[in-house]
Write a protein that binds this ligand. Structure first.
Ligand code: G3P
Ligand code: CA
Length: 338
């Protein structure tokens, strides 16, 4: 059963985005390419701070969407291990609460697509989910250079247990135990029967790892994302110093100037928005907001993100993106700090 209501859509009040009119007194193209915190005369600054500098290609963090999910079944431990082996700077995951209040990494409301079981995640207990195989639905591609190549390169990914349901707790362990810094982009999925309990359990779990309340001047490696503005507000209330991302599959009229809700400093547009409205990135930057773009898999989209100087690329193909950005994926050469 799904609760209708304020969280029942990916921003319910949006209108379709028409081409943004050029700002009458906007900066020249590339004007905010100088450096972090640099002040630019004539640039508006939003509530979030000064204009955000435009990033060079090698400085754009690459975030593995559901793990290295083109190669390896999404949201499995194997998918995330593959992403880290390939050199991803960060990991994206979706979280849902089980019937016994455990946060698990599953995208869909049901397990039907990505496991050999059936049913709604929120009605199943973790022990029931653990019986399921989350790997066999995705057949490795026979081409060693194609999807599935990660299994050829890293045979250990096939080991027992690497394709069972993944709890967020286990994923956080992977992140904190990794020898290099890894960012996490955690998406709360709505609508859900558990509404605000998702955010409460999420912040409590992050707190157990010391990741929920970074001190002044510090930044948690975790940011929480949602299409639901209400969910983002809840996170802001529970963990005010945690970074939040408002995901956008359309840009609501009130945010077309690049602004975001109070306290949110990262916009998460789908790459389809930037294809038709590339000016959105500069607008968000000029308002002091960063732009993390999903799901960027095609070469032309990667190039577009580089051209626009976005602040993170979220991709099912982290290895391919790293290569296109001119970074040696395995060695992590040029890996951005954030
Ligand atoms: O990273 C954001 C992106 O994951 C949102 O879409 O449906 O893949 O969760 P979805
Ligand atoms: Ca997601």
């Amino acid at each position: 059963m799904v609760e209708p209501g304020p969280e029942s859509g990916k921003i319910s009040s949006v209108q379709s985005l028409r081409r943004l009119e050029p700002r009458p007194s906007g900066p020249p193209s590339g004007a905010h390419a100088e450096g972090p915190g640099h002040s630019h005369p004539g640039l508006r600054t939003g509530a979030s701070g000064p204009a955000v500098p435009r990033r060079a290609a090698a400085d754009i963090p690459v975030i593995a969407h559901r793990g290295a999910s083109e190669d390896v079944p999404e949201h499995t431990l194997a998918a995330y291990e593959a992403a880290l082996l390939q050199g991803a700077d960060g990991l994206e995951c979706d979280v849902r609460l089980t019937a016994d209040m455990q946060l698990v990494c599953v995208h869909d409301r049901r397990v039907n697509r990505t496991s050999n079981g059936r049913g709604v995640v929120s009605t199943l207990e973790l022990a029931q989910l653990r019986q399921l195989d989350f790997g066999s639905w995705k057949q490795p591609h026979p081409d060693p250079e194609g999807p599935g190549a990660a299994y050829v390169e890293y045979p250990d990914l096939r080991r027992e247990g690497a394709h069972r349901v993944l709890t967020l707790e286990r994923l956080l362990e992977l992140v904190v135990d990794h020898p290099r810094p890894v960012r996490m982009a955690i998406e709360t999925k709505h609508p859900t029967r558990y509404a605000g309990l998702v955010e409460e359990h999420l912040v409590a779990l992050l707190d157990r790892f010391g990741l929920a309340h970074p001190r002044l001047g510090e930044r948690s490696p975790v940011r929480v994302m949602s299409f639901s503005a209400l969910s983002v507000r809840r996170i802001r209330r529970l963990a005010p110093s945690l970074e939040t991302v408002l995901l956008l599959d359309r840009v609501p009229l009130r945010f077309r100037d690049g602004s975001l809700p109070r306290g949110v400093s990262i916009a998460g547009p789908g790459v389809h928005i930037l294809r038709t409205h590339p000016e959105y990135v500069e607008r968000a930057h000029s308002m002091g907001n960063r732009v993390h773009v999903w799901t960027v898999d095609q070469a032309s989209d990667i190039d577009l993100c580089v051209e626009l100087g976005v602040d993170a690329i979220i991709s099912n193909r982290p290895k391919a993106v790293l290569a296109r950005l001119g970074r040696d994926a395995a060695a992590g050469v040029g890996r951005p700090a954030r």
